[in-house]
Design a protein around this ligand. Structure first.
Ligand code: TXA
Ligand code: MG
Length: 357
């Protein structure tokens, strides 16, 4: 176990001394967790293969699952990729800095340890000011996966980074709650047409507005796709709470009635139960723990609190969790993508007769 230094600061009031220390840790091959606008990242020097190996070890992550390189300037992009397609310039112009990751052909200076053995590299320019000052101070190229132990929900608060990684990394920069709460949208620009590998806050529609037609990787959409996902990380078990999570979709009144029925049956068996509800429905449930993911139709709120809710159910020892489905529009698509993964794709769809179909 090592001694993990934890320093709290605000985006508007950056602790320069702490940033300098963090930069020096990275330059000497150490690891620092830091806040971004999406989720917390676990940073190491992207151009140092031994730093990338340390990241995999600290997370307990399979080393064929590539890391995203975080930069702060466009000039850094040219240094780590072989060519920059036109679409990347347009997307960067509109959405960088911000929650968008683009995949390119990698340049030789990027070690295969960072890209999980691939000849492509994922790059993102975050907007969070603490992240930006840290990356600059550390030399400009930070490899960072989400700062959770492999398989757990991505951390949206420093306390979850502490829970998962304290004693395993050198430093944690605590910048409060992550604004967005879900990981960045990933778009692959290495093929003949752009493909979304992971949905996020930057929606399909927002991408299409800038570069025209974009495809979504079939493995994101299909429930039982036999194809291997193009983002290697998407094949691993993700976010799963310890309790059994089931999503229920249908007309609001039916969904609540169905869930309450199930809850009371499990309660009789002595199980601890939980519900992921909305502001409109939360008071109607009888369970050990009912959590609202915000107002129905405001999927940004659900994005912000979903990972925290999943972790809280674990802390409360909840064994059975029912979740209302969210509409797959806008950022709702990313919310449902993460929720479906967390549920191991267990979904009940109610028909008009109030029975599963
Ligand atoms: O918002 C985010 O993207 C956060 C913050 C910290 O920036 N990072 C993050 O990293 O979510 P991670 O490692 O948890 O997820 C990265 C995903 C994985 O599914 C990985 O397989 C995929 O990106 N990926 C990385 N490089 C890739 C590549 N060259 N080709 C295809 N997929 C890649
Ligand atoms: Mg992750």
């Amino acid at each position: 176990m090592m001694d993990t230094k934890i320093i709290r600061m605000d985006e508007e009031n950056i602790d320069r001394k702490a940033i300098e220390l963090a930069g020096n840790i990275i330059k000497s091959g150490g690891l620092v967790a830091f806040p971004t606008e999406t989720v917390y990242g676990l940073g190491g020097d992207a151009l140092n293969s031994s730093s990338s190996k340390k990241i995999y070890a600290a997370k307990g992550r399979p080393s064929d699952n590539p890391l995203i390189i975080h930069i702060v300037e466009m000039s850094a992009l040219s240094a780590i990729v072989n060519k920059i397609p036109k679409a990347a310039y347009y997307l960067a112009e509109k959405y960088w800095p911000g929650p968008l990751t683009m995949i390119f052909e990698k340049a030789d200076c990027v070690p295969l340890e960072t890209t999980g053995g691939l000849d492509t590299v994922a790059v993102r320019m975050p907007s969070n000011q603490i992240a930006r000052e840290f990356i600059r101070e550390a030399g400009g190229y930070i490899a960072a996966p989400s700062a959770n132990r492999s398989g757990r929900p991505s951390p949206t608060l420093a306390k979850y980074v502490i829970e998962d990684l304290s004693g395993k990394i050198d430093m944690i920069l605590d910048g409060g709650q992550a604004d967005i709460g879900l990981e960045s949208t990933i778009i692959d620009l290495t093929g003949s047409s752009p493909v979304i590998l992971r949905p996020g806050y930057i929606t399909e529609e927002m991408l299409r507005q800038v570069i025209g037609e974009v495809e979504a990787d079939q493995t994101i959409l299909e429930e039982h796709s036999k194809k291997a996902p193009k983002a290697p990380g998407m094949k691993y078990k993700h976010y799963a709470p310890r309790g059994n999570l089931i999503i229920v979709e249908g007309e609001a009144g039916q969904v609540s009635a169905y869930i309450n029925d199930k809850l009371s049956a499990f309660h009789k068996e002595g199980k601890r139960t939980g519900v992921i509800a909305t502001d409109e429905t939360a008071t109607g449930y009888v369970a050990d723990s009912v959590k609202s993911a915000g107002k129905r139709g405001q999927e940004e709120q659900a994005a912000k609190c979903l990972f925290r809710i999943l972790r809280e159910f674990d802390d409360e020892g909840i064994e059975i969790i029912y979740a209302e489905g969210f509409e797959q529009k806008g950022v709702g698509q990313a919310v449902m993508n993460r929720l479906l993964k967390a549920a191991g794709r267990q979904v009940v769809r109610l028909s008009g007769e109030n029975s599963p179909i």
